[in-house]
Design a protein around this ligand. Structure first.
Ligand SMILES: [Mn+2]
Length: 336
C-alpha cells in the first residue's frame, strides 16, 4: 500500500502513483483516466474539508481479477448528507463530499462510510475487466491494510491469508496478523519471515501454524502473531495468538475479544492457547496490531459492519490508529 499524506502536492503525487499502478495492471487508457479523475476529486475533497487526511493506493487481487484500489481517509467534519453528494455527479462543489458522486460514477466498485464530526472513508476500485468483478468471490469478503509509522517506508506489520480446502463444503480461511517488534527494516524482516512461514506451513490448525511461524522467526527480532481459522459453514472462528495482537468478533452492536497469551514469537511463546467463538452471518473477524488503540467500540462506528471489509479495515486503522507505531488490521466478513 502506498500512502500519501494530504498536503499541497497530493493531487499530482496521487495521479503520478495511480498512473504507475494503472500501467502495471494494464488498465486501458480510458480507465486510467477515470482513476486519475477519482484521485483528483478525492484529493481536492481532502484538501478543502479535512483537518488531516491521506490517500492510499495499491493493486489488489480479487479471485483471478486484479484491481487498483483507492482509499481516501480523513479526520474532518464528515458528510452530513451522503445521499445528496452521491446524487450530484458533478465535479467538486463547495461542500464536504463534493465530487464524490463523480468517483462513484467512474469506479467499478465504490463505498463510503462517514462519521459526523470525525471523518470519512472513501473506497473505490478500478479493474481491467469490469464484468468479472460482479462475481462476489470469497476474496471480496477479506481485506487487510498496513501503514508504517511516519518516517518509515517499510512496515513491520503484515497480514496474510490462505484457503484450506475441506472434504465437503466451503473452504476454511486461515488468516495471520503479525506485528514485528519495533519498526523499520528489522521489523519488516521479521514480518517477511512470518509471512513466508505462514504460507509454507503445511499445518492446518492455528496452534500448529503458530509453532511453524515461531520456528521461522528464530534469528529475527521476533513478533506478535495471531493465526485464526474461519469455518464459514460452522459459523465459527478459532484463534491462537502470542503477544499483543487484538482479535474481535465484531457485530453491529457487539464486540467479543479472542485473547492471546504473552510471549514473543521467534523467542519465547510459552504455552499458546486456542480460543474459539461464534462468527454469526454478517459479523466480522477483526485482527489488529497495537498500532491501533484496542479500546474502540462498535457504538463509535455506526453502520461499519455493513460495509465491505476494505472499508472496515481502513476506517478502524484511521480512526483508532495511534500514529506512534506501524499499524495493521485484517478483516474477514462472515457470509450472510
Ligand atoms: Mn506494534
Amino acid at each position: 500500500m502506498l500512502w500519501l499524506r494530504a498536503d499541497e502536492g497530493l493531487a499530482s503525487a496521487g495521479r503520478r502513483e495511480a498512473a504507475a499502478l494503472a500501467r502495471r495492471l494494464g488498465l486501458a487508457d480510458s480507465r486510467a483516466a477515470d482513476l486519475a479523475l477519482a484521485v483528483t476529486e478525492a484529493a481536492a475533497n481532502l484538501l478543502r474539508h479535512a483537518d488531516d487526511g491521506a490517500l492510499a493506493l495499491r493493486i489488489a487481487a480479487f479471485g483471478d481479477q486484479s484491481a487498483v484500489e483507492l482509499l481516501a481517509l480523513d479526520s474532518g467534519p464528515g458528510i452530513p448528507d451522503v445521499g445528496a453528494v452521491l446524487r450530484d455527479g458533478s465535479s467538486a462543489a463547495g461542500t464536504p463530499g463534493g465530487g464524490l458522486g463523480a468517483i462513484r460514477r467512474v469506479a467499478d466498485f465504490f463505498a463510503l462510510h462517514t462519521l459526523p464530526g470525525r471523518g470519512t472513508c472513501l473506497y473505490a476500485r478500478f479493474t481491467a475487466q469490469p464484468a468479472g468483478m460482479a462475481e462476489p468471490g470469497s476474496a471480496a469478503q477479506l481485506s487487510g491494510l498496513t501503514r508504517p509509522i511516519s518516517g518509515e517506508t517499510q512496515c513491520g506489520d503484515t497480514w496474510a491469508v490462505r484457503e484450506e480446502p475441506v472434504a465437503e463444503g466451503a473452504a476454511h480461511l486461515l488468516v495471520m496478523m503479525c506485528d514485528g517488534l519495533g519498526h523499520g527494516p528489522l521489523a519488516a524482516r521479521a514480518a517477511d519471515e512470518a509471512r513466508t512461514a505462514f504460507r509454507t506451513s503445511r499445518a492446518t490448525e492455528p496452534a500448529a501454524i503458530l509453532a511453524d511461524i515461531h520456528a521461522g522467526l528464530k534469528g529475527t527480532r521476533g513478533a506478535a502473531v495471531a493465526v485464526a481459522r474461519v469455518d464459514p459453514p460452522a459459523r465459527r472462528v478459532s484463534l491462537c495468538g502470542v503477544g499483543n495482537i487484538a482479535a474481535f468478533v465484531l457485530g453491529a452492536q457487539s464486540r467479543q475479544a479472542l485473547t492471546s497469551t504473552p510471549g514473543i514469537v521467534g523467542h519465547n511463546i510459552g504455552r499458546p492457547q486456542t480460543f474459539s467463538a461464534a462468527l454469526p452471518p454478517g459479523d466480522a473477524l477483526v485482527l489488529h496490531s497495537d498500532g491501533l488503540n484496542s479500546r474502540w467500540q462498535p457504538a463509535q462506528f455506526p453502520g461499519l459492519t455493513g460495509q465491505t471489509p476494505a472499508v472496515i479495515a481502513a476506517q478502524l486503522l484511521w480512526q483508532a490508529g495511534t500514529r506512534r507505531d506501524d499499524a495493521g488490521v485484517v478483516v474477514v466478513k462472515a457470509p450472510r
